[in-house]
Design a binder for this molecule. Structure first.
Ligand code: FES
Length: 158
């Protein structure tokens, strides 16, 4: 699917001739498109004389950036030490099985994206799952069923 790069062009113009702009520029691009489209990487490279490999180096290093369109809801499953000890891997596998997607993928209907993440800083609530901006602690398989149904219902309401 082709994207409209006119928004990206305007954003890039704002950052022209400034230093240390790559991360805020990519954040602005992602805020518009929901991810950093390949076409915008080409534009940034051409307009600001930054090698594509350097742009991809940033987008792949920082977990905040996505190179593919994301689902309506993003589910992050913590795999930090405390969550791992408390069954975080089982929670990730459970969600993966229920949605039919793996880490980094989005369901075909565009409803959910799944990500494994490092410590979210609330280890006392392990295992932790974050859906969009909402933290859910002490997760178990029943809670996951409840959560997924809740977010599926939200989709149907909107
Ligand atoms: S290890 Fe999961 S929140 Fe810290």
């Amino acid at each position: 699917m082709k994207i409209d790069v006119s928004h990206a062009k305007k954003i890039i113009q704002r950052y022209r001739k400034k230093k240390g702009i790559l991360i805020p520029l990519l954040q602005d691009i992602q805020a518009i498109y929901g991810y950093v489209p390949e076409e915008t990487v080409g534009l940034i490279s051409k307009e600001l004389s930054i090698y594509p490999v350097d742009i991809y180096g940033v987008t792949t290093f920082y977990t905040q950036f996505h190179l593919m369109p994301q689902g309506k809801h993003t589910i992050k499953v913590c795999q930090g030490t405390a969550c791992h000890v408390m069954g975080g891997k089982g929670i990730l596998n459970c969600i993966s099985d229920k949605l039919g997607i793996k880490d980094g993928e989005t369901t075909e209907d565009g409803r959910f994206s799944l990500e494994r993440v490092a410590c979210l800083g609330c280890c006392g609530m392990a295992p932790v799952v974050v859906v969009d901006e909402d933290f859910h602690g002490n997760c178990n398989f029943q809670k996951i069923d409840y959560l997924l149904n809740q977010y599926k219902s939200k989709k149907e309401e909107s």
